[in-house]
Design a protein around this ligand. Structure first.
Ligand code: C2E
Ligand code: MG
Ligand code: MG
Ligand code: MG
Length: 290
């Protein structure tokens, strides 16, 4: 019987599963030390307005693993979420954002910085105090901080979500719903939260110019946003056709390879402050705050 199963690949699946579990376990062990060993890196991808002018950037994590090389967040964020390490990692990213924000405003550049907040990180009781701490320690302007949350967060525990969002909004911090349209949030819930923005998921943007269903979804999202008074960022804008499609339907902000790939923090800062500082100065600006 086992042989029979083996022939159609079912028995082969079990060792593969065990391997995946072991791999995950090893990754989790390594991730535990990643911050202390300086293996985590913040990369930034620009966001632009309808004129193509840079208005901000999204922070995207990368893990430079000593043996495995550069690991994408899609591979390790789920591990960080499940193990609870996301709380420490997420706090570190917030600190980086606050410090970078202060550095940029000190050089006369008011760019908004968007930070991804995972559900487990949002749920922890110290979320608000942690963000307040970084804002105070850095002197960053809270109005330049955008927290990207997921739709699942909105429906999971509306009371906790609303309370935390209200407190942070009072400080000036803004909220953006990431990958909008891929989850199950109800429009009624969206209305109850102090949201500033929706990000159209790139899977819709990708085919919108050629696929009638994706086109309808994008138009629907833009219409909902208009009625709720929210601004919209189109994600995954790779071609002028993507941009034009969004622009013609009222989308005013864009992010994607057409405008720039994610870049390491020091490179981003170097580009950003090219006229103002030497490379040594920009490198020194990214030294950590405590
Ligand atoms: P996301 O927040 O939706 O970020 C957008 C992703 O799309 C990024 O992938 C970005 O590199 C990619 N992207 C941007 N423009 C284009 C484009 O034009 N075409 C295509 N095909 N892709 C594009 P990345 O950097 O691999 O990040 C994946 C996800 O990992 C993020 O999705 C976010 O959910 C998560 N993530 C990244 N950094 C953090 C973090 O600091 N904390 C948490 N909790 N999650 C993070
Ligand atoms: Mg995001
Ligand atoms: Mg997104
Ligand atoms: Mg996405």
């Amino acid at each position: 019987r086992a042989k029979q199963l083996g022939r159609d690949g079912v028995t082969a699946f079990v060792p593969a599963m065990r391997e995946a579990a072991q791999d995950r376990f090893a990754l989790e062990g390594d991730l535990r030390h990643a911050i202390a060993r300086n293996e985590l890196e913040v990369w930034l991808q620009p966001q632009v307005d309808h004129n193509g002018v840079r208005i901000g950037a999204e922070l995207l994590l990368r893990w430079r693993h000593p043996e495995r090389g550069l690991i994408s967040p899609a591979a390790f964020i789920p591990v960080a979420e499940q193990s609870g390490l996301i709380i420490k990692i997420g706090d570190w990213v917030l600190g980086q954002a606050a410090q970078l924000s202060r550095t940029l405003t000190d050089h006369g550049q008011r760019l908004r910085l968007a930070v991804n907040i995972s559900p487990r990180q949002f749920r922890q009781p110290e979320l608000v105090s942690g963000i307040k701490h970084w804002l105070e320690a850095s002197g960053a302007d809270p109005e330049l901080l955008v927290l990207e949350v997921t739709e699942s967060l909105v429906i999971e525990d509306i009371v906790d979500t609303a309370a935390k969002m209200a407190e942070l909004s009072t400080l000036g911090v803004r909220f953006s719903v990431d990958d909008f349209g891929t989850g199950y949030s109800s429009l009624a819930y969206l209305k109850r939260l102090p949201l500033h923005e929706l990000k159209i998921d790139r899977t819709f943007v990708q085919d919108a110019p050629t696929d009638a269903n994706d086109a309808a979804l994008v138009e629907g999202i833009l219409s909902v946003a208009r009625h709720l008074g929210l601004q919209v960022v189109g994600e995954g804008v790779e071609t002028p056709a993507h941009r034009d499609f969004l622009l013609e339907r009222g989308c005013r902000y864009f992010q994607g390879y057409l405008y720039g790939m994610p870049k390491p923090l020091h490179e981003f800062l170097q580009d950003q402050l090219a006229d103002q500082c030497s490379q040594e100065v920009t490198d020194s600006l990214t030294a950590p705050i405590r």
